[in-house]
Design a protein around this ligand. Structure first.
Ligand code: ADP
Ligand code: MG
Length: 611
């Protein structure tokens, strides 16, 4: 056996395997270089999805003759002046991209600095260098990559269709552009200009929203909450979409660390944690977050493609993200996204039920407890919960309290319509929906969904403060269940008591319910307990109920909610609207579906062709 040193070309081809996986990764490296070079405008041209040509032109600082020669040498970089890997402020630092690309393609670099009289041009073909020679070019750099992977046929075989490679390039460039609204970007292929983003002027947060709107869509910009938070020197800004604007996958969730687009599982987990209360697990919000963190606190040298980072204190970063998102969502109060109205209008226009892919889950979705058998549902309906809140002692009070005290019959509804975001109740239709008039439109509330959310929020608040108040049953209710279900409930009896439900085993096939959460009002204990027993199976056994509060409360709230089918008087309807306005997160149910739809007069006029 003889050990030999590999020639540089081979070393570079090996490195290219990691650094340049596909045309999109070459585009990423080249555009990152342009950004690092201080460019204000970056134009990308591709042919055959980047397979036959990738050209990136910038107006950055350019390179002189000597730098040009160094640029294509391995491990040569201008970005680590102190050789300090823990203080990386640029996108590049490895000095590998250009030599790697040159080793597997036909690479031409033309570049000129501001103080040079002419440009220089250099080519590397399959690792063989020629030049530099004088050339004509304006200040800046133009890099052309032809026939990527021609020198490594094995890799060439793995490239996808032109369409798919083009799509990846498109996504890559957009990601880079999101972080830098101050730079103009374009992407052109044989058929058309696919991206044109002008450099945005002015204050960063404002120009960033403009840029995000150009990339993630106006819909996102119109329905995003601004994020701005700081913890221990880590600064988090960006935008988070309202829960009712959601998607079937997490593709529209972006994280940037010091301007670098990164893929990090931490983001997915943090977003899920923050939105758990508002979205079912298969729906995902739209998010773009930007972390500014001291370079020493993050390691970007994880992988040659630089798409991952390691945080020194990932718990801190996660906490910051979850906290900031939750805060923004709470501030949003009862706001639901405007897309809800758009979707509703679209559905009305098409005169057909909304198709899948819309902003909220389709008809397959049911409320928790919606799986009850018919008989049970009917039984439950017979025990309508009183529509009320809890008094200071946790006792049930019908509301609004004034109405109960028998003051003022009917409030001045016109003034109310103008004064409150959800307006004045005008009517209840089909014993299910409350129609209210606002200053400039109408609001339609799903009374069951809305009330369920309100009960859930009250329960959470009560639990956080002092524990859920309980209400004893005059006669304990004995509920017959199968043995395993009894066992599951009895095992959790202690935790259930904390949530306001006191029960104990009653022989082998039954439990006796002694107390129920006061804020549920008059509740069908048997139906509640049966649903909870089912719920416990679904949840599995290795968690605390408080962790799963969302599910458990959801089930309880459902039983304490105003069912569809209950007639409400005007005071009750207005009380519902006022409480929604005063309750965080009341714009959506626990699954990201809206609790109300707002139609502006302008929208309604459109329906009638008046606009
Ligand atoms: P890295 O970006 O990690 O330094 P690269 O191989 O991508 O490594 O680039 C090598 C060097 O070439 C860079 O450090 C930079 O000095 C120079 N360079 C590359 N692209 C450009 C460009 N578009 N404008 C100016 N300089 C560039
Ligand atoms: Mg680079």
């Amino acid at each position: 056996m003889t050990i030999q040193r590999l020639p540089e070309t081979v070393v570079n081809r090996i490195a290219a395997g990691e650094v340049v996986e596909r045309p999109a990764s070459a585009v990423k490296e080249l555009v990152e270089n342009s950004i690092d070079a201080g460019a204000r405008q970056i134009d990308v041209t591709i042919r055959d999805g980047g397979k036959s040509l990738i050209a990136v032109a910038d107006d950055g600082c350019g390179m002189d003759r000597e730098d040009l020669l160094l640029a294509v040498e391995r491990h040569a970089t201008s970005k680590l002046p102190d050789y300090d890997l823990s203080a990386i402020a640029s996108l590049g630092f490895r000095g590998e991209a250009l030599p790697s690309i040159g080793a597997v393609s036909r690479l031409t670099i033309t570049s000129r600095t501001a103080d040079a009289d002419s440009a220089w041009m250099l080519t590397v073909e399959g690792g063989k260098l020629s030049g530099p020679a004088p050339a004509a070019h304006s200040v800046g750099t133009r890099i052309e990559v032809r026939d990527l992977f021609y020198a490594t046929p094995a890799r060439l075989k793995f490239l996808r269709t032109t369409r798919s490679e083009t799509q990846q390039i498109n996504d890559t460039l957009k990601r880079l552009a999101m972080a830098r609204p101050d730079i103009g970007f374009s992407l052109t292929d044989e058929t058309k200009t696919r991206i044109r983003l002008n450099a945005e002027q002015g204050e960063l947060l404002e120009s960033r929203l403009q840029r995000l709107s150009g990339i993630m869509g106006r819909e996102f910009a119109a329905n995003a909450l601004a994020i701005d938070a700081e913890r221990e020197g880590i600064h988090l800004t960006g935008y988070a979409g309202l829960p009712t604007l959601n998607r079937g996958n997490a593709a529209q969730q972006y994280l940037f660390v010091n301007g670098r687009p990164v893929k990090d599982r931490l983001l997915i987990g943090a977003v899920r944690g923050a939105y758990a209360d508002f979205l079912s697990r298969d729906r995902h919000p739209l998010i773009a977050l930007f972390l500014e963190i001291e370079p020493h606190a993050v390691d970007v040298n994880v992988h040659p493609a630089k798409a991952e980072v390691r945080f020194r204190d990932s718990g801190l970063v996660r906490g910051l993200i979850v906290g900031a998102l939750k805060h923004a969502l709470a501030e949003a109060g009862h706001r639901a996204s405007t897309t809800v109205a758009t979707a509703a209008l679209g559905a009305i226009r098409a005169n057909a039920p909304q198709q899948g892919g819309g902003p909220f889950p389709g008809p397959a979705y049911r409320y928790p407890g919606g799986g009850m058998s018919r008989g049970l549902a009917e039984q439950t309906a017979a025990y309508q919960a009183p529509f009320g809140g809890t008094g200071p002692g946790g006792e049930v009070v019908a509301f609004p309290p004034e109405a109960r005290a028998g003051q003022e019959a009917s409030p001045d509804t016109d003034a109310m319509a103008d004064a409150y975001p959800l307006g004045a109740a005008r009517a209840q239709v089909h014993e299910t929906y409350v129609v209210a008039q606002t200053g400039d439109g109408i609001v339609i509330v799903d009374q069951h969904a809305a009330h369920e959310r309100l009960v859930y929020e009250r329960m959470k608040a009560a639990l956080a403060e002092s524990g859920v108040k309980r209400q004893g049953l005059l006669i304990p209710e004995v509920v017959e269940l199968d043995e395993p279900a009894v066992q599951r409930l009895v095992d959790r009896a202690h935790e259930l008591a904390e949530l306001g439900l006191v029960l104990e085993g009653f022989g082998p096939g039954a439990v006796a319910v002694r107390e129920v959460p006061a804020l549920l009002g008059k509740v069908d204990a048997a139906a509640l307990v049966r649903d909870l027993a089912d719920e416990l199976v679904e949840l599995g056994g290795t968690f605390s109920l408080k962790e799963k509060l969302e599910e458990v409360c959801g089930t309880m709230a459902c039983h304490g909610s105003v069912r569809a089918g209950r007639r409400l008087n005007q005071d009750e309807m207005n009380a519902l609207l006022r409480e929604m306005e005063g309750t965080p997160h009341s714009g959506q149910c626990n699954h990201g579906r809206p609790t109300y739809v707002e139609l502006k007069l302008a929208d309604i006029e459109k329906l009638f062709g008046r606009r």
